[in-house]
Ligand binder design. Structure first.
Ligand SMILES: Cc1cc2nc3c(=O)[nH]c(=O)nc-3n(C[C@H](O)[C@H](O)[C@H](O)COP(=O)(O)O)c2cc1C
Length: 178
């Protein structure tokens, strides 16, 4: 796939098959995180333990349902699961330093494009972060000292059954100073 095809074909996938991605696909995706624009340290954790993923999903859903506004609305949708049954969750963690969230976003976006290039579905997620920062869950991530989870990327094979996303609206948000 050409670069522009990957950019134009990437979209958030909100429904996955049980089948795990291959080790080759996972390595290819994780490796590009360190090719993204970057201004500081980050750490990548790959979670594929099914029981742990279910626990993260269920705890996140409970928190979302107990919240207000958009999060609660999303979690109340029929069939909504925060991890959408994805078999792989890649978590990017950083220390509390300037540009931490930007560094995480750059690496996640680059990995999402790699996943698209490989024909895999992906979805940038922050909703599970509220669960991953719980002290007992955080310990199980075995992160370097001082690192905290910032963003996640779900990866897997796209299911026929999924929450459909509305097409991206055309927006007029560019100006030129010539
Ligand atoms: C910082 C950030 C956090 C996001 N968190 C979530 C999330 O928790 N759950 C989810 O389903 N999508 C999440 N998304 C995906 C956005 O909803 C999605 O990218 C946006 O609606 C555009 O749709 P597209 O990715 O299909 O083009 C997040 C995206 C970003 C950039």
């Amino acid at each position: 796939m050409e670069t522009f095809d990957a950019i134009n074909n990437r979209k958030s996938i909100r429904g996955y098959n049980d089948e795990q991605i291959t080790e080759e696909e996972l390595s290819a995706i994780v490796e590009v995180a360190n090719k993204a624009p970057n201004a500081g340290p980050f750490h990548i954790t790959v979670i594929q333990d099914k029981e742990f993923l279910t626990e993260i999903n269920d705890k996140t859903k409970i928190k979302m349902l107990a919240s207000k506004g958009f999060m609660k609305e999303r979690a109340s949708m029929p069939g909504y699961e925060p991890l959408y049954n994805a078999p792989t969750l890649i978590v990017v963690s950083t220390p509390e330093v300037p540009f931490a969230e930007i560094n995480a976003a750059c690496s996640i976006t680059t990995m999402a494009l790699a996943a698209t290039d490989l024909g895999l579905g992906s979805c940038y997620v922050v909703s599970p972060i509220q669960t991953l920062v719980e002290p007992d869950v955080l310990l199980r991530l075995e992160l370097p000292e001082g690192f905290v989870p910032i963003s996640g990327l779900l990866v897997g094979y796209e299911s026929d059954v999924k929450i459909q996303s509305p097409p991206r609206a055309d927006v007029d948000n560019v100006n030129y100073i010539l």
